[in-house]
Design a protein around this ligand. Structure first.
Ligand code: NAD
Length: 263
């Protein structure tokens, strides 16, 4: 029929709930457990899916709260060993390439919770069937959008759990500066590091191969991060183009002039 599909669904600017969300979350849950994360012990994937679904189904997707996600967080959380936490901002591809090649480091997306939901979209709708597959609010569309409330909460927990020497990979090719106070790293993670547990934050400031060198360890944005953390009694160090990560960038761009080190 020419009839419009679910005309009563709310319309948003962002992409809708990922098709087959249930199967994807369950599949990722079972694979993570099968990958030998023995430290997790027994986890109930069905229960985890049910608690995610209960957090948003039938609800207005702009009114999500941390309470909605509390049960999911409790079912999926696990400790992260000291010195392993790796934060990032504007370096999504590179940081995960690196964390996959060096198991010494763990990003939020390498933890159980982050692994299950990375890259997925979901939101509810007050009318049946309670899940909106057509559209979901963008982060900027409302404060409490389902996905942004989830990631802010997961990021806060990941930062609170960090201990020892922690790392962050920032992007020195961003014009607005490598450290942005409005990012999740700058607004959530930095303020939830516990100075009693975290001895030092090491910054790796990476430039895109062939990209502009807009910022560096001596630039204003890093100075700002330094002053925030010094006030919070966390030591900070910064390294431009940390070699092990740069070599990985160069493995993908072997012939680029930025990668000819031996001249
Ligand atoms: P970023 O600017 O690179 O954003 C990372 C991702 O978060 C983006 O791809 C986008 O999906 C989303 N995002 C964050 N703020 C947004 C906004 N205002 N509008 C639209 N989308 C937004 O880096 P960031 O903000 O510093 O977040 C990265 C840090 O926070 C990491 O350390 C990670 O632990 C955590 N985090 C992860 C995710 C994820 O999707 N895996 C999302 C948010 C935060």
């Amino acid at each position: 029929s020419k009839e419009e599909k679910s005309p009563e669904l709310l319309r948003w600017q962002g992409r809708g709930t990922t098709r087959n969300l249930r199967e994807i979350v369950l599949g990722r849950c079972y694979s993570y457990l099968a990958e030998g994360h023995v430290e997790l012990g027994d986890r109930d994937c069905l229960k985890i899916w049910e608690s995610l679904k209960a957090a948003f189904i039938h609800k207005n997707p702009c009114n999500s709260t941390t309470e909605d996600y509390q049960p999911l967080m409790e079912l999926a959380s696990h400790p992260v060993p000291c010195n392993k936490s790796l934060f990032w901002s504007r370096t999504y591809d590179l940081v995960h390439l690196y964390s996959k090649s060096n198991r010494q480091f763990l990003t939020l997306e390498d933890t159980f919770l982050g692994y299950m939901l990375d890259g997925l979209s979901w939101c509810g709708d007050p009318s049946a069937p309670g899940i909106n597959y057509e559209s979901c609010p963008k982060w900027s569309e409302c404060e409490g959008s389902s996905v942004s409330v989830f990631w802010k909460m997961a990021s806060k927990m990941f930062a609170e759990a960090a201990c020892g020497v922690v790392h962050v990979m920032l992007n020195g090719s961003i014009e607005a500066g490598a450290f942005r106070s409005s990012s999740i790293f700058g607004s959530v993670e930095v303020f939830n590091l516990n100075p009693d547990k975290v001895s030092e934050l090491r910054i790796w400031l990476m430039h895109d191969i062939g990209g502009p060198q807009s910022d560096s360890c001596s630039g204003h944005s890093i100075m700002k991060l330094r002053s925030i953390l010094e006030k919070r009694n966390v030591k900070i160090t910064c390294e431009d183009n940390y070699r092990p990560v740069q070599l990985l960038q160069c493995a993908h761009n072997p012939d680029h002039p930025d990668c000819s080190f031996c001249t």
